[in-house]
Design a protein around this ligand. Structure first.
Ligand SMILES: Cc1cc2nc3c(=O)[nH]c(=O)nc-3n(C[C@H](O)[C@H](O)[C@H](O)COP(=O)(O)OP(=O)(O)OC[C@H]3O[C@@H](n4cnc5c(N)ncnc54)[C@H](O)[C@@H]3O)c2cc1C
Length: 394
């Protein structure tokens, strides 16, 4: 059995940042990923756009998310594998500020950054069981190529997107609207390109909506079959020349985990700050719906919404946090905070909080918020209560 200070389940953008933030602060960290590639929806599922590091409705200092996510984007950009738009450009539409990345380079650069800080990587080894004692997780079982293996740790962060660790550990979760309605998923396809065409990004459109419940294996199987048929028809009718498809349908929502607090949409949309607001988040309410237009409500003001630390701490499991799209939030808030730069900021905050709790041998709920905020800012993050924003520069 291998023992670590911290196990992060899921190497999407949230898990990537959580693992790095904790490892940079001296924790021994294991990062467990079901697929053989880090990045989750950014890479494996082929959605190569990172939105939104800025709040375009601020007068100045428009950057509201920096830290590890921005450092990663800059590394890709310097090497020619990302397009970073002018974050000060006048607002026309939100998508203009998306950082577009090449998915192969995006995964490779994640490997590099994780290995640089000594994160123990368990790729292609899904967590299949949570081992618990009372209200604590003591370890997880992963499925390796040579059988099941147990990993133990003092703390855990659920970054599986779908709240899988929480569910396996018996924590309370809710999926979609709680009554069986979920946002559709999308199978990304990559149109054929001619030599010399832009290689940073060229993925197909968003029309390949299929119903999917990522918490139900049968529903996932049905969704994969339906999505491949849809794309095949496009090829057959000559509508598209398709070079490749993403390996799986990307789910927009899965389980949301009950936290010490739950983010509410009225607070989100007003940009209300709390004493434990630990990172900013910026996007609009964006609930995709099967067979009808998405529910969209833009937030066009200076007050940037934030994520509370308590929404990333499990109410049911003493030594578990969560980051990314499975945090404690109502459904409409979740449709906004799920964008990638926000997930990255959450991951970084959760990783830093876990590392501080481990170092002080205390419960994460007992941390001094001011000290944690200062620690995060010293590490490069933009932290509510300390900074409202930062100048954009490349
Ligand atoms: C179709 C679509 C379009 C989108 N468009 C945009 C966009 O344009 N811009 C934007 O910023 N955001 C967009 N989003 C939202 C955004 O991409 C995601 O919400 C975000 O990437 C989620 O990050 P995450 O790290 O929380 O989860 P994920 O990226 O889902 O990562 C979770 C990881 O956990 C792993 N995992 C799950 N279960 C286990 C297990 N049992 N054991 C081990 N590993 C496990 C998964 O394999 C995955 O790698 C889009 C999402 C979708 C689905």
């Amino acid at each position: 059995m291998d023992k670590f200070d911290l196990i992060v389940c899921g190497a999407g953008v949230a898990g990537f940042c959580a693992a790095i933030a904790a490892a940079r602060r001296g924790a021994s960290v294991a990062l467990v990923e079901r697929q053989t590639t880090p990045g989750g929806i950014l890479t494996y599922y082929g959605n190569c756009s990172i939105d939104e590091f800025n709040n375009p409705f601020r007068q100045d200092k428009k950057m509201v998310i920096a830290g590890i996510g921005w450092e990663y984007a800059l590394r890709l950009w310097r090497a020619g594998y990302a397009r970073i738009p002018d974050m000060n450009a006048e607002y026309v539409k939100h998508f203009q500020y998306g950082v577009r990345v090449n998915p192969a380079a995006a995964a490779k650069f994640m490997d590099d950054m994780l290995l640089e800080v000594g994160v123990h990587l368990f790729y292609g080894q899904p967590m299949v069981e949570a081992l618990t004692e009372g209200r604590r997780i003591t370890g997880i079982r992963i499925a390796t190529r040579s059988g099941l293996q147990t990993l133990a740790a003092d703390m855990f962060i659920d970054c599986t997107g779908d709240g899988e660790l929480a569910a396996f550990a018996g924590a309370w979760t809710v999926t979609g609207d709680g009554e069986g309605v979920l946002q559709p998923g999308t199978l990304r396809y990559f149109p054929a390109v001619e030599p010399g065409e832009d290689r940073v990004l060229n993925f197909g459109d968003n029309r390949n909506h299929v119903p999917i419940d990522p918490t139900d294996s049968d529903a996932v199987t049905r969704a994969e079959i339906a999505a491949r048929r849809m794309i095949f028809e496009r090829m057959e009718t000559g509508e598209e020349r398709i070079m490749a498809i993403a390996p799986a349908v990307a789910p927009r929502e899965g389980r949301r985990i009950r936290g010490e607090s739950c983010m509410q949409v009225a607070d989100y949309e007003s940009g209300r700050q709390f004493a434990d607001s630990i990172c900013y988040t910026y996007w609009f309410v964006d609930v995709h719906r099967e067979g009808q237009k998405a529910l969209i409500r833009y937030i066009r003001h200076e007050n940037t919404p934030s994520v509370r630390l308590s929404a990333m701490i499990s109410a049911d499991i003493e030594n578990m946090m969560m980051a990314g799209r499975c945090i404690s939030s109502d459904r409409e808030t979740n449709s906004a905070i799920r964008v990638k730069s926000s997930c990255m900021a959450m991951g970084e905050a959760a990783g830093a909080a876990a590392a501080m709790a481990l170092r002080k041998k205390t419960d994460v709920r007992a941390l001094d918020i001011a000290e944690l905020k200062a620690d995060l800012q010293a590490g490069g993050a933009i932290v509510p209560g300390l900074e409202a924003g930062r100048e954009f520069s490349l």
